[in-house]
Design a protein around this ligand. Structure first.
Ligand code: GDP
Ligand code: MG
Length: 689
């Protein structure tokens, strides 16, 4: 396939709380456009884990052509632990289709990811799904949409019939009724049924007023009693959507294939084209900042938003072209890896198949095989203008588990597999401790880690045993001290001599590490100072209480001495390291534990019990509010160590109806009794290794 004109491209990322029907909706869109012969196959849930658990854990990418326009669809997981996937989905697309379960209304992850979509200046539309269900509705949620996104929701449709009697959709813009033939997706276009005419007239007036409010000239015309033409309306609607003033709201049912053709038409008629994307700020590698404009005439810039491993092909990388273009055979840079790469086949996904492109250009989402070095979150550019796209911070991995190969011969396969997996997800890291032989993986939660382990087993054919979850404790100090150490070995042969005096003082939480050099008069020569800093950093890797990393300290090098012949980097490194350890002992050290911001959603009648449970887990309640429909939200800060088995407890208190989300809030000192337990537990752990 030849290059596609950017005007004929629409990228749509689907966003919404787990279970609102995003993956089913994509089936239904493919079915409606003739790419699938039935729905419910969950095309974009390609992984076995996704099929088995009936949930999406990674981005799913597909596409189709509708009315001459290439539409790429990006399916996301709707869970906090898969934050990186979903946010990368947002980076991939100019348009966000927020899917709302019409029975549950606005849900927590929809709100959370919706806020990120807003922060990234995305244009947002809403699809109320599951209108075929009892108790489905959309009116009450419109105000929540307005509050969450701070844009005006504009209802463009009305349903014909409801729940199991849902028959069709009225398109308020065209003033036409679409009546569907069962679940076939086939429809007839008719006049608005007589019994709906009043409701339609009212909704249409509201819609027109919402739209023209964004355009002063049109508003004047309207209030002077002049007719607004359908073309004017459509044009203004599109402009207001593209400029992020309004949120078009559509209705339907993925299950019954109702309203899907209209959704597709809307992608084409309203959808933001890649040329209309907001410029993306970036840092030039040679210094300076720049805005990357979405122009095909600019040098190539692309963003790597997904990577997977195919058992046959190997590594597959998905790139969104942000500016410029890329031909087969072209060289480009993966800037973050400083790696020069060559583009092989450029593939775009069409239904369940791939189509080869001769040239990928602005707005395309292309799949490339076998890049040498690349990771999700990396920027690709032309070699003559290297830059890094600015991204939001990724959340820190908070939960760790050890993985042990069942067979020693699998060790290499495991490191290779974990490296590939870490490249696919910036919130997943792994570490192999050569001394203890232990491999530790870290991520955002236990499901996240479970899925990574499943991938490791499936994609890299290794068998591993997974250990107990480990918490990322830290150590710090509470008092300022001065410490001194002289490292001296001067018997026979080449001697060693390094001598430092340092001050160690506590910094505020989250400040990290600061090193200050206050040496005067060259008592330690300049060239040894980096070795001193290195020695301190080395010592900070394992604190004196329980060998956890030390954070939030400032170390000031104040004095020392050297020897003309015997001093070396190594001697100063050892001296600094020892001085730090000595000082830390005396500086009133303490263990820090991760604290989480937790939001718990429970039926009103369970809120009291859940609050009690939170308190008994050393949690600090921050508030409780009703979120409507008999559901309360309990907000609290709770230590992560207390949250590991919270899920099952919550389930038993609420008979399975409660759920919660959590996010890293910061580190906090552990109380003495807990600290003692952590130290004992850690000792046992270190002995076992
Ligand atoms: N009744 C009904 N069920 C639906 C509809 N759309 C999706 N579902 C079902 O809701 C469940 C969750 O859907 P899924 O697409 O996996 O949700 P996702 O987590 O947002 O991807 C599945 O069992 C779907 O078949 C709909 O319009 N009506
Ligand atoms: Mg899904």
């Amino acid at each position: 396939m030849d290059k596609i004109n950017p005007k004929d491209k629409r990228n749509i990322v689907l966003l919404g709380h787990h279970g609102c029907g995003k993956t089913h909706l994509i089936d239904s869109i493919l079915f409606t456009s003739g790419k699938l012969d039935r729905t419910g196959v969950f095309v974009t849930d390609t992984e076995e884990a996704e099929k088995n658990r009936k949930a999406s854990f990674s981005l799913g990418i597909t596409g189709l052509s509708h009315k001459g326009v290439r539409i790429n669809l990006v399916d996301t997981p709707g869970m906090a632990e898969f934050h990186a996937e979903t946010v990368n989905g947002l980076y991939s697309s100019e348009n966000v289709l927020t899917v709302i379960n019409a029975v549950s209304g606005m849900e927590i992850m929809t709100e959370r990811f919706g806020n990120i979509a807003k922060e990234l200046n995305k244009s947002i539309m809403v699809f109320f799904n599951m209108l075929d269900k009892d108790r489905a509705g959309y009116k009450a949620t419109l105000d929540e949409i307005r509050e969450t996104f701070e844009r005006t929701p504009v209802l463009l449709q009305l349903p014909i019939g409801s729940a199991s009697e849902l028959k069709g959709i009225v398109d308020l813009v065209e003033n036409k009724a679409y009546i569907y033939e069962g679940e076939t997706g086939k429809f007839n276009v008719e006049d608005v049924p007589a019994d709906l005419q009043n409701a339609v007239e009212e909704a249409r007036t509201k819609m027109i007023e919402d739209v023209i409010e964004t355009d002063e000239a049109l508003m004047e015309k309207y209030f002077e009693g002049e007719e607004i033409t359908t073309d004017e309306l459509k044009e203004t609607l599109r402009k207001a959507y593209v400029e992020n003033q309004i949120i078009p709201v559509l209705l339907g049912s993925a299950m019954k294939n109702i309203g899907i053709n209209l959704l597709l038409d809307t992608f084409v008629s309203l959808g933001k084209t890649p040329e209309e994307a907001a410029p993306w700020s970036a840092e030039l590698v040679n210094g300076g900042e720049i805005l990357v404009e979405p122009l095909e005439s600019e040098p190539l810039v692309g963003y790597i938003f997904k990577s997977t491993v195919d058992p046959f092909v190997g590594k597959l990388t998905f790139i969104k072209v942000i500016s410029g273009s890329l031909k087969q055979g072209d060289s480009f840079m993966v800037v973050d890896q400083d790696s020069t790469e060559k583009a092989g086949h450029l593939l775009i996904v069409d239904g369940t198949k791939d189509i080869e492109l001769t040239e990928a250009s602005l707005g395309d989402i292309v799949k490339i095989a076998k890049l040498k070095k690349s990771a999700v979150g990396d920027t690709i550019t032309h070699k003559d203008r290297q830059l890094k796209l600015k991204l939001l911070d990724w959340p820190e991995p908070m939960l760790s588990k050890s993985v042990q190969p069942k067979s020693k011969s699998d060790i290499d396969k495991i490191s290779n597999g974990l490296s590939r997996l870490a490249e696919s997800d910036p919130t997943f890291v792994w570490e192999h401790d050569a001394e203890t032989g232990e491999t530790v993986i870290s991520g955002l939660g236990s499901v996240h880690l479970d899925i990574m382990v499943e991938r490791l087993k499936k994609l890299f054919s290794v068998d591993v045993e997974v250990g107990k979850p480990k918490i990322a404790y830290r150590e710090t100090i509470r008092r300022k001290v001065t410490a001194e150490y002289k490292h001296k070995k001067q018997t026979g042969g080449h001697g060693q001599y390094g001598h430092v005096q340092i001050e160690i003082e506590p910094l505020e939480r989250g400040a990290g590490f600061e090193f200050v050099d206050k040496i005067v008069g060259g008592v330690i020569p300049k060239n040894y100072i980096p070795a001193v800093e290195k020695g301190i950093k080395e010592a900070m890797k394992k604190g004196v209480l329980a060998s956890y990393p030390v954070v939030d300290v400032r170390v000031t090098l104040v004095y020392g001495s050297y020897h003309d012949v015997d001093s070396s980097d190594m001697s100063f490194q050892i001296a600094a390291s020892q001085a730090f350890k000595k000082g830390m002992q005396e500086a009133n050290p303490v263990i820090l534990e991760p604290i989480m911001d937790v939001e718990i959603f429970v039926p009103d009648e369970n809120a009291g019990d859940v609050m009690g449970e939170v308190t008994s887990r050393r949690g600090r309640p921050m508030g409780m509010e009703s979120v409507g429909k008999g559901i309360s939200k309990v907000i609290a800060q709770v230590p992560l160590s207390e949250m590991l088995d919270f899920s099952s407890k919550l389930s038993s208190i609420t008979s399975g109806r409660g759920y919660f989300t959590m996010k890293f809030a910061g580190y906090q000192e552990t109380p003495p009794d807990i600290q003692q337990k952590v130290i004992v537990e850690r000792q046992r752990e270190l002995e076992e290794e």
